[in-house]
Design a protein around this ligand. Structure first.
Ligand code: ADP
Ligand code: MG
Ligand code: MG
Length: 208
């Protein structure tokens, strides 16, 4: 099936690289308010290198493609977000099954669970998890209700954005932003913002 083939997932990864590049300054600006002003630079560097690695060595299959993205994010990004996104793509790679929407939803969830296991963030700690977990839930629910994958991903992207916005008023409890204590409240979390772009990229590229 088309949803999980190499071309489709490659288009998703490339669209994500394009989106983080487009929003690079905005992501860095968010990180300058509650972090160390490098999130846009980190994501741009990592995802651009991932696309270059895919161009240099075309992957044999969809799992190999996601693994290349994972290893590149881990090796090229010094910040916290590199290992976390790397874990997402690595776990997703290992969980790919057939090409069905249900398999995609399960693999996406496995990726998110990997981020949670590695970073130990819970909901409302104000991290990328606050965008990723609601997205995984919405995706699973929509796919189980029989929606087409593109419709389910639209619901997931909307849930991710809602999750990102829901933690803006909160105080960060993980990562650099947590060092600010109360002063982190009222700012959008940069990792939650880049996670919304990831799900948006899936919604705009993956077939129905
Ligand atoms: P660094 O903080 O090392 O400079 P980045 O700026 O690239 O790394 O990424 C910061 C983002 O990483 C935060 O906005 C947050 O969403 C995410 N993050 C930080 N710590 C964790 C964690 N323990 N679990 C999940 N996400 C985290
Ligand atoms: Mg940073
Ligand atoms: Mg940093």
């Amino acid at each position: 099936m088309a949803a999980l083939d190499t071309d489709a997932l490659g288009a998703w990864v490339r669209e994500y690289a394009r989106a983080v590049t487009e929003h690079r300054e905005e992501l860095t600006e968010l990180d300058s308010a509650i972090g160390d002003a490098d999130h846009g630079t980190n994501m741009h560097r990592g995802m651009t290198a991932a696309v270059a690695a895919l161009d240099a060595t075309p992957p044999a299959d969809a799992a190999a493609l996601l693994k290349t993205v994972a290893m590149t994010m881990i090796s090229k990004v010094g910040g916290t977000s590199g290992p976390l996104y790397g874990t997402f793509f690595l776990r997703m790679s290992g969980a790919l099954d057939d090409g069905s929407p249900a398999a995609f939803a399960a693999a996406f969830r496995a990726g998110v669970e990997g981020v949670v296991a590695r970073g130990k963030a819970e909901l409302e700690d104000k991290t990328m998890v606050d965008a990723l977990l609601p997205a995984a839930d919405a995706l699973t629910e929509a796919v189980e209700a029989g929606q087409e994958l593109d419709t389910a991903l639209r619901a997931a992207a909307d849930a991710a954005a809602k999750g990102r916005d829901s933690v803006t008023p909160l105080v960060a409890r993980k990562g650099r932003a947590s060092y600010l204590g109360e002063r982190s409240a009222g700012h959008v979390d940069p990792g939650a913002a880049s996670a919304v772009l990831l799900v948006e990229a899936a919604a705009t590229t993956l077939p129905g």
